[in-house]
Design a protein around this ligand. Sequence first.
Ligand code: 13P
Ligand code: SF4
Length: 310
Amino acid sequence: GELPLDLFAAIQSLKKELNAVILAHYYQEPDIQDIADFIGDSLQLAKAAEKTNADAIVFAGVHFMAETAKILNPDKLVLLPDLDAGCSLADSCPPEAFTAFKAAHPNHLVVSYINCSADIKAMSDIICTSSNAVKIVEQIPKEQPIIFAPDRNLGRYVMEQTRRDLVLWQGSCVVHETFSEKKIVQLKIAYPEAEAIAHPECESSVLRHASFIGSTAALLKYCQNSPTKEFIVATEPGIIHQMQKLAPDKHFIPAPPMNNCACNECPFMRLNTLEKLYWAMKNRTPEITMSEDIRLAALRPMQRMLEMSL
Ligand code: 13P
Ligand code: SF4
């Protein structure tokens, strides 16, 4: 078929037709953020998916996020504009290997970062996101041994914050591992007034230069409220669109990748485009589906997270 001339208007009218809500993550391209009904970090998006009365959820984010929306809404149509929008972190934790890892650490409680597949969620006791990971681990009795999966960087950060020993699955995010300590230090010298802020998926060599560490939503709020006028932002630069909108008088410098040929945009998040969003709504596909067994098993640790992060 042919693309309509006014994509924004066409998407708005499909939204009415489907009684759909468009949920977008901060790492989506600016046009998608602008057309979304709700933009948020992973926890806010999961909560928005849990609350919506819409019949369809168009998830402008990556596969595990759309899957999370489906886990919470089995009767709704959940669309993802591009099914290949995966996540290196989720892919770093395949179910077979994780089964063996769990077997090697009996009596451990499994706390999994929401950036994992429904299969891994189904093998977990509690889910967390970057905005509640510390709070959730702190609520678990001290003597209880814990496996933390799949992000080793967030895991190490939680270990430092809670002063607890966690058994870490060695996964990581391609985007957050591309930032270079050296380049951030050089930027701090070039912009002496700037504050560096970072997402906890960054390596500890980067985190040590940050005056504030938090989820995308927490970074956004920090920039708005801080008296500082200039920030070096060590996370996917999609978030800068909202930072600039909410604090137009401030200057945001994206932390550069280690290698000049590399890019600091998430290659998975950026697979979604306004065109693909339109086609997904028009054709009601690609749709997220999963077996009811996996869904119910994955729902339990999700509900525990939602209860523990009220
Ligand atoms: P948050 O939005 O929860 O901070 O997650 C960041 C991320 O990498 C999502 O893929
Ligand atoms: Fe996954 Fe990293 Fe992309 Fe987030 S930014 S979706 S963690 S690869």
